[in-house]
Design a protein around this ligand. Sequence first.
Ligand code: ATP
Length: 212
Amino acid sequence: MLQKDCQSHVILFGGTFDPPHVGHLSMATLALEQSGADEVWFVPAWVPPHKDSTAVDYDVRVNMVKTLVADNENFVVSSVERDLPEPSYTVDTVQTFQHKKPNTYFEFLIGSDSLAALSTWERAAQLTQAIDFLVAVRQGFPFHETYAAARRELPHLRARALEMPILDVSSTWLRDRTEQGLSLCGLVPERVLEVWRRTQLSRKGETAGDDT
Ligand code: ATP
């Protein structure tokens, strides 16, 4: 639903995307369809190098997401977090977009596991006053219970559920499968896997170079 006085409607989709997968793509597709939004903007999270919580570099993750969404003109990839002060908190990212595009109605797309943890996010109360949430349900985090619990901590929170079958796929599981040499066929599009593989090969090359 487009809010009064807004000329366009954009869904922000933040994540680590390490790697992006079929769960992310399904969420974005269904969110666009069910909300009537004009676009979904994927916003890969900038993770400062000293945190070391992300195996793959920011530029590679941005590249993988761009490759993931290449066929859909309503999907946009933003690397805004590269230019924000570190650490780039979601509340700052959202307010940056709202400041840049005052006539756009923004919503934020997350999984229900993230909804359960929302109260721990930096300035969560401020974030929930700034933006509404669209929620894709994940295994173990049913929407109504998770929303009710989150609202006890964050009374301004406004969220609605996406109609989406539970897709029990996560980047962590995919990274584990890769380490075990198992296939990611159907879980990550082949063209995204190619970007990922190229990175792994160049890393192996660097490591081999280090040894000599
Ligand atoms: P990781 O396993 O590394 O934590 P992830 O698969 O959860 O990664 P993220 O990039 O961290 O992927 O996710 C971005 C957002 O998308 C988060 O809000 C997360 O809850 C949500 N999300 C990711 N995968 C799914 C899925 N299969 N179903 C519903 N929500 C999802």
